[in-house]
Design a protein around this ligand. Structure first.
Ligand code: OXD
Ligand code: MN
Length: 628
């Protein structure tokens, strides 16, 4: 056991006098680390060496690394995550609002001496492309007592001591996000008991984030989820300046005409967002189209001077789910973790003799020779209890962390501070029936309504619900920081200021045959065919077929060159089922009724959709829509 220091440690002279130094001193006084170290991205090599020597990282072949988080600390903990402010009207349905004073007192007490025996790293970072219009909202300083967290921050954010100097010279030196991350001892956090000490708080109106009790990236990389999503979304609405969303961002270029479009999109987890963001064109279209990557998880969007919606990815890396990533599902991701990239793998299976890593879906079968392999908990595969024989080798939420510059499909203008104009916003869940391959929803209110009613099908095993959606508005459910009705209003306000708003559409790659359950759509690279149709619709070169829930592609309008798809499957993919939609509308009514102050435009869009569906059921030519 480490005795608590009687004195707070020295703060390095390189931290200028002023608010940053005061902030560090305040928390060093509370958490009592042994020392305080200021980090610059150029410290990566020495920090890696220290982490290897300390056994926090293991070599994973040619400049790649492996880490294991505590077996009970492998995912975001939504039930322990709160947004705390001093304004009770900030309480929404999903943000777990609590009073700021109460949360601060609780955390201050829990953090007393909590970093004893450890180092406090000071990580100055920017969650933005430097120089862009939103850079002011992007500056932060994370204090963390975990070296692996520092190494991941260096990959995921722009980390530089230059930001400390800039702040010292700034006319508003207080304007930075204050982040405090303390991992704590997993064995004494009381996880899962009534006395669970872990608490992940965004003090939104104080621009402060305090996370206690996890070293897992999704909780501990404060720049990513707490700052660039939760806090940025709060700031975006407070200032009226921007939207911060859990969206991927990609570019599609038609090399024949030289035209490029940009597509942003929100997908609940396990709906293929990273795979889509990194997709390559299908072979048959690869000579003509190019897909470029901007970001796989977060987009900040604002109104450009030309009246278009602009977007940028505030992250500097990819924190991707390893499971099922392979050269078919995501060749660009496999390339981005190649030797020499400095990638950190977390909670995958690891071979301590060869440094190889493996996860379910990387190859069809587990490695044949099990010598040296350990599963994600650190247990030698050969020593596993026979009852664990079928347990996964890698944790389902195992991850790879790699810098953006390792992504070979990265767009040439990904780091242009001006951002890129957004032509298309798509929402996509995982839905086995009802939801066609694609449908355009016309207009801003219908688009926001579609985003608010986004969801993924509950898995039968987990929730016992038959095909009912777990709603995940705009895929922001875990990151919403203020009430949902106000969130919808802010979206409508931003969109209302545009002279050339993006087109909204809903996509579904996961429709299944009702008889034998096979997936009707091939997915992955073929998804570009759907994006191309949506962009053609925007350009006015295809018309599609109107349905009560939006415009779906006519079968002949999709470019299916080189794709062998049965006609019946295609018909079903492009059809809607009004009976199932009727059930869905009931569920939506309940879902939306929980939101206070929902804008009338959204209620109107809901009513219009319900009425159009009712009409289609009763009108003489309104047989269930069939696109054949
Ligand atoms: C997430 C992530 O948990 O992006 O959503 O890591
Ligand atoms: Mn995410």
């Amino acid at each position: 056991m480490t005795l608590q220091n009687t004195r707070a440690p020295q703060i390095p002279d390189s931290v200028p006098e002023g608010p940053v130094r005061d902030f560090i001193a305040h928390w060093a006084e509370i958490t009592r680390p042994d020392r305080v170290v200021v980090v610059d991205a150029s410290d990566d090599a020495s920090l890696l060496e220290e982490a290897l020597a300390a056994g926090e990282l293991h070599p994973a072949g040619d400049g790649r690394y492996y880490s294991r988080s505590h077996p009970r600390d492998t995912a975001r903990s939504e039930e322990r995550t709160v947004v705390a402010t001093s304004d009770p009207s900030d309480a929404g349905v999903y943000n777990n609002w609590r009073p700021a004073e109460e949360v601060k007192a609780e955390l201050t007490s829990r953090l007393q001496g909590a970093s004893a025996g450890r180092t406090m790293y000071v990580v100055p970072y920017l969650m933005a492309v430097p120089g862009g219009p939103l850079a002011r909202h992007a500056l932060g300083v994370e204090l963390t007592d975990d070296r692996t967290v520092v190494l991941q921050m260096i990959r995921m954010a722009r980390v530089s001591t230059r930001f400390l100097e800039e702040l010292a010279e700034s006319s508003d030196p207080g304007y930075f996000v204050r982040g405090v991350q303390v991992s704590g001892d997993p064995e004494s956090l009381g996880q899962g008991t009534d006395d669970d000490q872990r608490l992940f708080a965004t003090l939104a109106d104080e621009r402060t984030i305090i996370h206690y009790g996890s070293a897992y990236g999704g909780n501990a990389l404060l720049g990513k989820i707490a700052h660039a999503l939760r806090l940025a979304s709060y700031d975006g609405r407070r200032t009226g300046d921007f939207l911060a969303e859990q969206f991927m961002l990609l570019g599609v270029t038609d090399t024949l005409t030289g035209k490029t479009w940009h597509v942003a999109g929100g997908f609940p987890s396990a709906s293929g967002k990273t795979n889509l963001a990194m997709t390559l064109p299908p072979d048959a279209l690869g000579d003509r189209y190019r897909v470029t990557f901007y970001g796989d998880d977060i987009a900040w969007m604002w109104v450009g001077d030309d009246g278009r919606l602009y977007a940028m990815n505030p992250e500097n890396g990819v924190f991707g789910v390893a499971r099922d990533t392979n050269s078919r599902t995501n060749p660009a991701a496999m390339e981005a973790v190649r030797p020499g990239t400095g990638t950190i793998f977390t909670n995958v299976a690891y071979n301590e003799l060869t440094g190889d890593v493996w996860w379910e879906g990387k190859t069809p079968d587990t490695p044949e020779d099990t010598t040296g392999w350990r599963d994600w908990t650190g247990t030698l595969i050969d020593d596993r209890d026979p009852s664990d024989r079928d347990a996964p080798w890698a944790h389902p939420n195992s991850r790879f962390t790699t810098a953006l510059s390792n992504v070979t499909t990265l767009a040439p203008d990904a780091t242009d501070p001006a951002g890129v104009p957004v032509d298309l916003i798509i929402f996509g869940g995982r839905t086995r029936d009802r939801e066609p391959l694609a449908r355009v929803v016309e207009g801003n209110a219908a688009g926001v309504y579609d985003g608010l009613t986004l969801g993924a099908e509950a898995t039968f095993a987990a929730e016992g619900l038959d095909g009912q959606l777990r709603y995940d508005p705009m895929s922001m459910r875990p990151f919403l920081s203020y009430p949902e009705g106000d969130y919808a209003r802010h979206w409508l306000d931003i969109l209302g200021r545009l002279t050339e708003p993006p087109t909204f559409a809903h996509v579904n790659w996961f429709q299944r045959d009702p008889d034998d359950g096979h997936y009707l759509w091939s997915g992955f690279r073929d998804n570009l065919r759907v994006l191309l149709w949506l962009l053609a619709y925007r350009e006015g070169t295809v018309t599609g077929i109107p349905t009560p829930v939006g415009v779906v592609p006519a079968a002949g309008e999709l470019d299916l060159t080189g794709l062998d798809i049965p006609a019946d499957d295609l018909t079903r993919l492009l059809s809607i089922d009004p009976v199932r939609w009727g059930q869905e509308m009931q569920a939506r009514s309940v879902h939306l009724s929980a939101f206070a102050d929902l804008p009338e435009e959204i209620s109107g869009a809901h009513r219009d959709t319900a009425a159009a569906l009712a009409d289609s059921m009763t009108s003489p030519d309104g047989a269930p829509h069939d696109n054949s």
